[in-house]
Design a protein around this ligand. Structure first.
Ligand code: HEM
Length: 527
């Protein structure tokens, strides 16, 4: 039992008030001026009404989700695939028990229309469980700023403008390369320690080791703190943080997307979610407060460019700095470690590409202890192409979400302002129509050669957006890319990575995560 007894009754009544009018409701919004029709040549007034967009009824959606139904125990990608086969490239997921009704599209032209009309403050539908937790249960931390993920409008714009210079400008993000490289070097030592001495295979819990690397790396950027996770005797509160952040992503999918009664009663999954969010908040805040204590003891004169994101943001607004640091520790673990898993896996399955990449790495790191620097990290085109190709083939997100900021027309249907639109990119990224030989790992498709543009450039520009689009794109993009590229460069400089098992399986909840054990083999490179 997790909800505080004093607020439980009030909580349930608030949820019921909010949810009741939307039970099985259709979320259609009032008319507003139709600018899109003029821009894109689609007339809103003459388009088919929103109510005629195909899709399962609330009853069918519920029936299919229950045991025996065709969507039971399926992940988000599989459920979308089932309905896409039935209803085509544009369909509607109904509202059920107060969940959000949303339209799903699989046409890049629609993605373009949605993104191009997103306005100054692009909106993504909020995660109700997180909003509830942050605003109702933890105003002590999130009262002034609730974090980027869930807020909208000017509040989002102000927060984002405050953090962008520190988190998005290459000059300010690349300064962390030496610290992130030091973590990657420790990870290489860790592989030496934990792999099987004879077979050189990683242990069954290697996914956890990658999660620890991701947390260690993001903490060094966010807080200038080494959590010392890459050994056997690491502080177990960090393991709790990792587990809680993974649980939150999984439960978000269960509570926000699948039929659930949590808006009416405290279901077991809702309680687990609140518990997980509380662990994330409490452990992150403990770690952040310790880091702040350290800065306070530091002399003003010892300030430098590579001071942590927290230190830089504290000079703007302490409450904003804390919330951003919590979200970095929360959002910066499974995203980065799953993407790294996908890239290592594809390199292991494509040894000839791995070898080409190793040659590039050898030129910049002639010895195993040569350092990665701001300068030499600029010269890894093949590594960058490998990461893009991996994000194309095995993206960790199924698609993008926007709440439309004006009336638009998609595939001949009216989409009123305020509608949530999900853009399913992951299937298009592996469609031959857009990327010839789509099932092949070909980093070369991202590289221009002899003045000829990179072949992938001819694909529709709104399909491959692994970090999202526009002013609301991922705020951790630069850190994530840098961490992944640094680690993969280090690993390939030291080991040949192999895979000797059946194909690795993944599943999509809110993120794509591996289902099987990450039994990579790490064979030593001679010098
Ligand atoms: C490879 C790793 C990652 C991928 C593929 C990824 C992908 C994404 C995507 C697709 C979005 C939505 C963008 C949009 O709506 O246009 C997003 C948002 C976000 N990401 Fe990431 N992400 C990654 C790593 C990270 C990391 C390391 C952090 C923290 C340091 C982070 C923090 C966030 C935050 C706070 C948002 C919300 C931004 C906003 O609404 O303004 N992400 N991410």
């Amino acid at each position: 039992m997790f909800l505080r007894p004093s607020c439980k009754l009030q909580v349930i009544s608030i949820r019921c008030q909010n949810a009741a009018p939307r039970l099985f409701s259709t979320q259609v919004h009032a008319n507003s001026i139709d600018i899109t029709a003029n821009k894109f040549g689609n007339k809103y007034e003459t388009a088919l009404p929103y109510s005629e967009i195909p899709g399962p009824s609330a009853f069918t959606f519920l029936k299919n989700a229950l045991p025996g139904g065709k969507c039971f125990a399926k992940d988000f990608d599989e459920i979308t695939k089932i309905y896409r086969q039935e209803y085509g490239d544009l369909f509607k997921f109904p509202s059920l028990f107060g969940s959000l009704e949303f339209v799903t599209t699989h046409k890049p032209e629609d993605f373009q229309t949605v993104f191009r009309t997103e306005g100054q403050w692009p909106a993504r539908s909020e995660l109700k469980t997180m909003t509830y937790y942050r605003t109702k249960m933890r105003p002590d931390i999130y009262g002034k700023h609730s974090g980027l993920v869930n807020v909208q409008g000017k509040e989002w714009g102000d927060f984002r403008s405050a953090v962008n210079p520190t988190m998005m400008q290459p000059r300010n993000t690349m300064v962390y390369i030496p610290k992130v490289d030091a973590v990657a070097m420790d990870f290489v030592k860790r592989i030496h320690q934990i792999r099987d001495p004879k077979t050189k295979e990683a242990p069954e819990n290697f996914e956890h080791e990658l999660n620890k690397w991701a947390l260690e790396s993001v903490a060094v950027i966010a807080l200038d703190t080494r959590l010392e996770l890459l050994n056997d005797n690491y502080n177990k509160r960090s393991a709790k943080l990792i587990q809680a952040s993974k649980d939150s992503f999984r439960l978000m999918f269960e509570l926000e997307f699948k039929p659930s009664l949590w808006r009416f009663i405290s279901t077991p999954k809702f309680k687990q979610m609140i518990e997980a969010l509380d662990v994330v908040t409490n452990v992150s805040c403990e770690i952040i407060d310790e880091a702040r204590e350290k800065f306070n003891n530091k002399r003003e004169s010892s300030r430098n460019d590579d001071e942590s994101v927290l230190e830089k943001l504290l000079q703007i607004d302490p409450s904003l700095a804390k919330v951003m640091a919590v979200d970095m520790l929360f959002g910066g673990v499974e995203t980065t470690s799953s993407t790294t898993t996908c890239l290592l896996y594809l390199l292991a399955k494509n040894p000839e590409k791995q070898e080409i990449l190793r040659q590039e790495i050898m030129t910049k790191l002639p010895t195993k202890d040569s350092l990665l620097t701001v300068e030499n990290m600029k010269h890894f085109p093949y590594l960058r192409a490998c990461l893009k190709e991996s994000l194309r083939m095995l993206p960790i997100i199924a698609g993008h979400i926007r709440t439309t900021s004006q009336n638009i027309v998609l595939q001949g249907y009216q989409i009123p302002k305020g509608t949530t639109v999900a853009m399913g990119v992951n299937r298009l990224q592996i469609d031959d129509k857009y990327f010839p030989n789509a099932e092949k790992f070909e980093p070369e498709r991202w590289l221009k050669k002899d003045g000829v543009p990179a072949p992938a450039k001819s694909a529709h520009p709104f399909i491959f957006l692994p970090f999202g689009f526009g002013p609301r794109m991922c705020v951790g993009k630069r850190f994530a890319e840098m961490e992944i590229e640094t680690l993969v460069a280090r690993i390939l400089r030291n080991f040949r990575v192999e895979w000797h098992h059946p194909d690795l399986k993944f599943k999509f909840t809110s993120l794509k995560v591996p289902v099987d054990k990450l039994l990579f083999t790490f064979k030593d490179i001679s010098d």
